[in-house]
Design a protein around this ligand. Structure first.
Ligand code: CA
Length: 223
């Protein structure tokens, strides 16, 4: 899952980037409204955290432009405590949720998780595909009740596939959603991650759809 954070306060931006990265997201940062608007307009984010008080272009205008252009990723706005009207304006402009500064990072992470899974059509924090379970709260994966140990990148790939269970996900799509913008992208590494996941979970879970991509499907028990 890939997230854009638009925040001009450098200290808060750093905290957000660290917390979201630790939680397993690929994170792109923008320090002003123009850069933020450009990134949201050109990259396929799974969620956006948008401060409203921004230099160069204010957050409300950024949000209105995205929505007018059909950008429909979930947006969590950050509002100043003393400006309650911002929340109303923000929600009316197409924000999906808001947090008032200062906030607890845990609450922000919980709201981001909820926004992403709702946007992908999941009601629960735990994603389930047969005996395979992924808990988005703790980043834990179990197969038939037993914990599966994954690296950060393996987890990102599996998490994206599980959010889109049953759909064919192209390699390009996976690359765009598991790497941040400044990361050197290499489609071969996706094959490597898929290969390792198959080794750890069993080959039958991730189907290769020739020429199109990969599909996570409920594996049948053979024994
Ligand atoms: Ca600000």
């Amino acid at each position: 899952m890939r997230i854009l954070v638009v925040e001009d306060d450098a200290a808060l931006a750093g905290l957000l980037r660290d917390a979201l990265s630790r939680a397993g997201y690929a994170v792109d940062m923008a320090g002003d409204g123009e850069e933020g608007h450009f990134l949201g307009d050109t990259e396929p984010y799974d969620a956006v955290v948008l401060d409203l008080g921004l230099p160069r272009l204010d957050g409300l205008t950024v949000l209105k432009r995205w929505r007018a252009d059909g950008r429909n990723f979930p947006v969590l706005i950050l509002t100043a405590r003393d400006r309650w009207t911002e929340k109303v304006e923000g929600m009316d402009a197409g924000a999906d949720d808001y947090l008032t500064k200062p906030f607890q990072m845990e609450e922000l992470l919980a709201r981001v998780r909820a926004l992403i899974r709702r946007a992908k059509g999941h009601a629960s924090a735990e994603l389930v595909c047969g005996e395979l379970r992924l808990d988005t709260r703790h980043g834990a994966v179990t197969l038939a009740g037993r914990p599966v140990s994954l690296t950060a990148n393996e987890f990102k790939v599996l998490s994206y596939l599980m959010h889109r269970k049953g759909e064919v996900v192209s390699q390009a799509d996976l690359i765009e959603h598991i790497y941040a913008q400044d990361f050197e992208r290499d489609s071969n590494t996706i094959e490597v991650f898929i290969g390792r996941l198959r080794k750890k979970l069993g080959a039958e879970w991730i189907e290769t759809v020739r020429g199109l991509g990969y599909r996570l499907r409920e594996a049948r028990r053979t024994e």
